[in-house]
Design a protein around this ligand. Sequence first.
Ligand code: NAD
Ligand code: LMR
Length: 327
Amino acid sequence: MKAVVAGASGGIGQPLSLLLKACPLVDKLALYDVVNTPGVTADLSHISSIAQIEGYLPADDGMKKALTGADIVVIPAGIPRKPGMTRDDLFKINAGIVQGLVQGCAEHCPDAYILVISNPVNSTVPIAAEVLKKAGKFNAKKLFGVTTLDVVRSETFVQSITGERDPSKTVIPVIGGHSGETIVPLFSQAKPAVKIPEDKLDALVNRVQFGGDEVVKAKDGAGSATLSMAYAGYRFAEKVMKAAKGESGIIEPTFMYLPGVPGGDEIAKATGCEYFSVPVELGKEGALKATNIVKDANDYEKKLLEKCYEGLKGNISKGIDFVANPP
Ligand code: NAD
Ligand code: LMR
């Protein structure tokens, strides 16, 4: 298994690369960034794990060398938010960065699983899909928007109510997109079931939807979530790799192009959104099946979903339009 991190020298990229370097499923790890990859690579190369590590800068065909032969490419490249910014404010810069990197994937590793972390995910995933479509290399089953941090936050924040010792043991589907009101945690579908007092539900949902702001505010201009994101990104990447190696029964929410995934059509029809995060079963060839959990939402969650659809549609078309009509 060859894994690539694109944006490897950044706040997310470094700890994510560390986790991948330590992962026994990874045989080769290539780090790519526009700065500092030699240093990060030298540092990680002293770790006595299986993965052979290589680092590249853009010079001397660095992107091509990093991506060639990749089985999985994780993309945390791009600028993060500062206080007062929305994720959509990042579009101007990050849209082009993701476009360029995914173009590289289309050319050098068209069969790789591509995991997009760069914000705004609601738009960067449609950008990635359009780039791959244009290149004739689009496989919807292998393109994932990483929304795992929203799942991780839900598990963590509900612990104050459940009192569970290990919060990761509570499975909570978080669906929709990855920004504010497009993030919809379905606490009614938690396993094991969770009883949330009515007077605590609004605050809990709001904290999941705006958890990113909490970190942006606390970092006070020094960026957004990096360590929790590296954990979440690794957790999702590890599941993709385990499924690729034949482990069955792995289901995780992720933001995908639904018409290209078995079971996705009916969800796209129900939501009016072609891109949407739902729990997806993973297999050797990527997504095996999207679960229509939308229909199980209770009345409270249905209201949240109506707001989600509204916001998400605009974000999706903005991404599609960026590739169709370049600025
Ligand atoms: P950062 O600025 O610390 O790191 C970004 C890295 O990308 C830098 O090292 C930079 O040199 C690199 N980069 C820029 N252009 C590049 C290119 N063309 N090719 C390769 N590398 C390039 O930022 P960060 O805190 O690591 O965040 C990265 C992105 O992840 C941001 O857009 C942020 O909003 C997003 N993010 C997403 C989630 C999520 O849940 N999906 C969570 C947290 C952050
Ligand atoms: C998050 O949810 O933490 C990320 O999307 C980063 C951000 O901008 O909030």
